[in-house]
Design a binder for this molecule. Structure first.
Ligand code: SF4
Length: 419
């Protein structure tokens, strides 16, 4: 059995430089397949799809809502050639009914422990239209090291600098933030992987720079401390979502190689300012993530927020426009109020307004989003600020002897660097 596994391309935020991180969903899915299944992988961001494949099954993995329309196009083309197509991933879970119109089968939920029977069905030509494991998550101890061998790793660099590899130490999230589709991100229950499994996987990754893509590491203090203690000897440098704001945990994170964190900035309070200071005191960089278009946001609020961010001296800031994704409390609320403008999913990128803001026109919110990017990066471009973070990590790697240059195969580079 051979699977052509495809990760469709999605439109990037217009203000961000063009770089690509290796996808995580497909490599986790591949690890859950029976060992005799051959996988050929294509990340459409950096590779071309092979429509002449001799595979027995096409599997399309989608993480985002704005990725779905492209996934459906790809599926339609394969199905015209009578190739069976199956979809999976978080995006698929958010759009199962629409996806079924373009697929022979949709897989909803996490793949570990389920793929033997699905592949058996595929071998017999008897794929079920829906495999629904959404409310029945597997034991995280079943998660095997991701199959990074299916990636063409040298394609994931930014102007010759090695990008991060993605890894996860837990699934689920016990928080319930209103714009978030938590039940589709591993469920509302924190499910840590056994730490020895995480350490084994991390130690085996042929890259010193990692991104822990866990929803939030700050869900269990004892587990977080144990994880960081276990990471210290590996000397990896890593990025993550927020870490618990606690002296002992932050100190351990810094010793364990925490390079920078993504920190949501939800208001202009001293609590947020203090939190950023406490990361930075320990040499941990901060990329602020700022959602624009909340009901309390008017023009004055957004402009003051940008001034506040400049005072905080964040390393990077990412501005996104609040977007009512399926499966979120936000969508339910805006739907009830008749404030959703359309369901053109390809435009659900967080780079444009798709709902009626409470205190601003649609055009004004789009304009203020651009204002925020321009003003935050007015004296130093995002590329230069990113480069500073990388210079910092290279310095640390040289200090502890973990730095190494990557070899680029220039004939296979893509995007802006395409020869
Ligand atoms: S936004 Fe992050 S922390 Fe909040 S519920 Fe979603 S995954 Fe959890």
């Amino acid at each position: 059995m051979k699977i052509e596994l495809i990760y469709p391309k999605w439109p990037k935020l217009p203000n961000q430089p063009e770089f690509h991180l290796p996808p995580h969903g497909p490599v986790c899915f591949a690890a859950a397949l029976p060992p005799d299944v051959e996988v050929s992988f294509c990340d459409e961001h950096v590779q071309e799809i092979n429509y002449d494949t001799d595979a027995d099954l096409v599997a399309i993995s989608c993480m985002l809502t704005c990725q779905m329309p492209r996934g459906w196009q790809i599926a339609d083309r394969f199905r015209e050639m009578e190739m069976p197509v199956m979809f999976g991933g978080i995006g698929t879970m958010l759009h199962p009914e629409e996806t079924l119109r373009h697929a022979d089968s949709v897989f909803l939920g996490e793949a570990e422990g389920r793929m033997e029977s699905v592949i058996e069905d595929a071998r017999k030509g008897q794929l079920k239209p829906v495999y629904d494991f959404l409310r029945n998550n597997p034991d995280p101890a079943l998660i095997k090291p991701a199959r990074r061998d299916i990636l063409q790793r040298e394609l994931y660099n930014f102007r010759g600098v090695q990008m991060v590899d993605l890894v996860h130490a837990s699934r689920g999230c016990r928080f319930n933030c209103f714009p978030c589709c938590t039940p589709y991100l591993g469920g509302r229950c924190f499910r840590p992987r056994p730490i020895e499994n995480v350490v084994e996987e991390v130690a085996g990754i042929d890259n010193n720079r990692l991104f822990f893509v866990d929803n939030s590491l700050a869900q269990d203090d004892d587990w977080e401390k144990e994880l960081f203690r276990a990471l210290i000897p590996l000397k990896k440098k890593w990025i993550s979502h927020p870490i618990k704001d606690d002296d002992e945990i932050l100190d351990l994170a810094a010793r364990a190689g925490c390079w920078y964190v993504y920190q949501a900035i939800v208001d202009m309070s001293e609590v947020i300012a203090e939190r950023i200071r406490r990361y930075k005191e320990r040499g941990i960089g901060v990329e602020g993530t700022i959602l624009l278009g909340l009901d309390k946001h008017d023009e004055d609020y957004i402009k003051r927020m940008v001034d506040f961010l400049l005072e905080l001296e964040l390393d990077l800031a990412e501005f996104t426009i609040m977007t009512p994704f399926p499966g979120t409390p936000l969508r339910e609320e805006l739907q009830q109020q008749g404030r959703i403008l359309h369901n053109d999913w390809a435009r659900y990128t967080c780079g444009e307004t798709v709902f009626q803001p409470a205190q601003l026109s649609v055009e004004k919110l789009n304009e203020l989003n651009q204002y925020a990017w321009n003003t935050f990066y007015h004296d130093c471009s995002i590329e230069i600020k990113m480069a500073k973070l990388y210079v910092d990590v290279i310095k640390r790697e040289k200090e502890d002897g973990t730095f190494r240059r990557i070899k680029l195969n220039r004939t296979r580079r893509w995007g802006r660097d395409k020869p």
